[in-house]
Design a protein. Structure first.
Length: 451
């Protein structure tokens, strides 16, 4: 394998593909509410429901991708299939017709799920047992993901301004096509798994069935309320059953992680307001913006990129001073930062100082994610036996997905109850702050059982 800047060249291929997969997700996420309102005349409440389901399923479908790869198609074939579906789905999203839009959402969600879970697995396979180098590879991957998340709102905004609502999806399709082409160029690099014809037929059938179920649920929106809940409940039931099979001493920290993840889920319920209440507020408060209000969402991933090295230095400084901040304490801080960020948006809605408060609100939300996500990853890595580590990581993504769904439901409820954005933000902020206080109560116990 040829190496470039001390990375196997395949790492850049995976990072480039993930950049565009993230670009596609964040692009759709940031415009979906505005798109449904302006193109199809949906109410904000219905748009919030579609948004919440889309965000929830984006974090749930990677579980399906892992199962399809392990049991039917292998990682390489599953990734190619997923990337192709994501590209096709984005092209279908360009068609300004409600049924075609739902079909495009279903196809891109399944395609992205197939891609996400297998791209990271293939990246790890490039390093074999080189653990130190592998960390560098995943760091590059994380950087590429956040670059994609930062660029998406800008490019989608420019496409909407210059052309129409559909052309952001075209940009995603082109980028995904380039990522797929690069992967195919290095086709022989990736480890292959031999599968039988029956396995391939079963895998493709499962993928088609999943897309049909999603499409049916989007078309029948009463089902959107229960779909993420059913998926989440099935995932939690599976992980609880798996934990019960372990020896008693190994169970307690894993139950602690599930409890901690339940609290952390409400960070995402607040943070994912960037696609709903926050976007509509910015559109209302700044009606003369040239670019769509969703363009401001670039600040979320942008601040992650900026703050990541700073936060690393802060943790290192505290460690050198002998100050140990435990994982549950970091999750508490992250949720608290999210509540502060939402309260800052309420100030933006009440005062004439809109843009500075909006930027500051995004800063706090991004800081919250940077504190929480690495902490939970570390908790899962430190406390999970190898036999259940993958399942625990998949379960964490289900919590993110459910948090995103709750975000949509909170937006819908606050919109129905309160007319002003100030009151809506205050209610969401108070809910988030209450969760932080509840976590503070059980913090000593969780800090003892989670390493």
């Amino acid at each position: 394998m040829v190496r470039l800047f001390n990375f196997p060249k395949g790492v850049f291929v995976v990072a480039f593909g993930n950049l565009w997969d993230t670009f596609s997700y964040y692009g759709t996420q940031t415009v979906i509410v505005l798109y449904l309102i302006h193109t199809f005349g949906f109410s904000s409440s219905t748009s919030y429901l579609v948004y919440g389901t889309y965000a929830a399923m984006a974090f749930s479908t990677p579980v399906l991708g892992g199962v399809i790869a392990d049991r039917f198609l292998g990682s390489r074939n599953t990734l190619i299939f997923g990337s192709s579906l994501s590209m096709i789905g984005n092209l279908i999203l360009m068609i300004q017709h409600e049924s075609w839009f739902y079909a495009g959402l279903a196809i891109t969600l399944i395609g992205s799920g197939l891609y996400k879970s297998n791209s990271t697995q293939l990246l790890g396979a490039l390093y074999k047992n080189q653990i130190a180098d592998k960390e560098k590879g995943f760091t590059l991957l994380y950087l590429a993901i956040n670059v994609g998340g930062t660029l998406a709102p800008i490019v989608y905004g420019l496409m909407i301004y210059k052309f129409s609502w559909s052309y952001g999806f075209l940009a995603s399709a082109i980028g995904l096509g380039l990522g797929l082409l690069m992967f195919l160029i290095y086709f022989k690099t990736w480890p292959a798994v031999r599968t039988s014809l029956n396995q391939k037929i079963s895998g493709v059938t499962a993928i088609l069935l999943a897309m049909l179920i999603l499409f049916f649920c989007f078309r029948n929106q009463d089902l959107l309320i229960i779909l993420p809940v059913i998926v989440f409940a099935c995932g939690i039931t599976y992980i609880l059953h798996a934990i019960q099979k372990l020896e008693r001493p190994k169970r307690k920290p894993l139950f602690g992680i599930l409890a901690l993840s339940t609290f952390a889920m409400f960070y995402f319920a607040a943070g994912m307001q960037i696609g709903t209440t926050i976007t509509l507020f910015i559109q209302s408060a700044l009606p003369h913006l040239v670019l769509p209000a969703s363009t401001f969402n670039m600040l979320y991933s942008g601040f992650v990129l900026i703050l990541a090295p700073l936060l690393t230095l802060i943790w290192a400084y505290l460690k050198n001073k002998g100050i140990s901040i435990k994982i549950p304490q970091k999750v508490f801080v992250g949720i608290l930062l999210a509540s502060i960020g939402i309260f800052i948006f309420s100030l933006a809605a009440k005062s004439n100082i809109v843009i500075p408060n909006v930027v500051l609100g995004y800063l706090f939300l991004s800081a919250g994610e940077l504190v929480i996500t690495p902490a939970v990853y570390t908790a899962i890595s430190n406390n999970s036996p190898d036999s259940i580590k993958g399942a625990m990581m998949g379960c964490w993504f289900l919590f993110i997905g459910m948090g995103s769904f709750i975000s949509g439901m909170m937006s819908k409820a606050s919109k129905n109850l309160f007319a002003s954005y100030t009151d809506q933000f205050i209610v969401i902020g108070l809910i988030t702050l209450t969760v932080a206080i509840l976590l503070l109560v059980v913090l000593p116990k969780l800090s003892k059982i989670i390493k």
